[in-house]
Ligand binder design. Structure first.
Ligand SMILES: NC(=O)c1ccc[n+]([C@@H]2O[C@H](COP(=O)([O-])OP(=O)(O)OC[C@H]3O[C@@H](n4cnc5c(N)ncnc54)[C@H](OP(=O)(O)O)[C@@H]3O)[C@@H](O)[C@H]2O)c1
Length: 239
């Protein structure tokens, strides 16, 4: 069945938390064999336990090309890949250190490049999904680097949809999604900010990790969809 992942091998980078963990869970429920990757081995083990065992884990930093290459070399089979790894830096460009601005580029843009470069030769069709964010479309002062890296990831996805065909390459563009990353970003004002955002959004709530997982599994199971950036933001870009 075209819309089943039965027997497929699905790799989720950033699969130990938030949207990536939800994606791994949903793909597993659709019948896939799952590999999750992230930097922290303990977090990966906890996620594998939460997923119910029988899940491979790989400790890897997507910014490290050699580590990404080794990971894909050692996988027996790769059908679908999603990379959710991201890093943010906040502040005005005139006040940030250039060294600090490299990390988001290294993780989201170079990480996506490393993943595509080393996954594609192992794949025979299937799909790769990148992750951006609404800042790609709607810049916010003090987040220029986030806008640049997410927009670059989307452009990379469109270009690679041509270059890597018949592998399909798409990008999911999340709005505010209630994950550990969002909790860390909001700090002490989490409850207050989530409530305000829910009231402001046309959807009447912030996103859940499953909202993004559903979009990624949709990409994996939709053979005629490639080169697409799908916004999943509860209407944020309309407001
Ligand atoms: N939450 C939001 O509202 C929101 C909105 C727009 C876009 N996004 C983007 O959506 C993606 C997923 O975010 P999330 O909210 O689900 O975050 P999360 O809960 O913090 O999960 C991030 C995952 O990525 C892994 N990761 C981070 N850096 C990595 C690296 N360099 N190499 C390999 N794995 C790495 C983390 O594990 P380790 O830390 O152990 O490596 C974790 O598994 C991110 O790219 C984020 O920027 C989030």
């Amino acid at each position: 069945m075209a819309n089943s992942l039965e027997g497929a091998s699905v790799v989720v980078l950033g699969g130990s938390s938030g949207m990536g963990l939800a994606t791994a869970k949903m793909a597993r429920e659709a019948g896939a064999r799952i590999t999750i990757a992230g930097r922290d081995a303990e977090r990966l083990d906890a996620a594998a336990t939460e997923l119910g065992g029988d899940v491979a884990t790989v400790s890897v930093d997507v910014a490290d090309e050699n580590a990404v290459a080794k990971m894909f070399d050692e996988l027996e089979r790769v059908d679908h890949v999603a990379t959710l790894a991201g890093a943010a830096v906040y502040g005005r460009i005139t006040e940030l250190e250039v060294a600090d601005m490299h990390r988001p580029m290294d993780v989201r843009l170079w990480g996506s490049i490393h993943v595509a470069k080393h996954a594609a030769p192992r794949m025979n069709g299937g799909s790769i999904t990148f992750c951006s964010g609404v800042a790609a479309e709607q810049p916010v002062s003090g987040r220029a680097i986030g806008t640049a890296t997410t927009a670059a990831a989307e452009a990379l996805g469109r270009a690679l949809a041509l270059e890597l065909a018949p592998i399909r390459v798409n990008t999911v563009r999340p709005g505010a999604i209630d994950t550990p990353m969002l909790k860390r970003a909001m700090g002490d004002r989490y409850d207050e900010l989530i409530a305000a955002e829910a009231q402001r959004l046309p959807a009447g709530r912030v996103g859940e990790p499953d909202d993004i997982a559903r979009a990624i599994v949709f990409f994996m199971t939709s053979p005629f969809i490639t080169g697409v950036t799908l916004t999943v933001d509860g209407g944020h870009l309309l407001t």
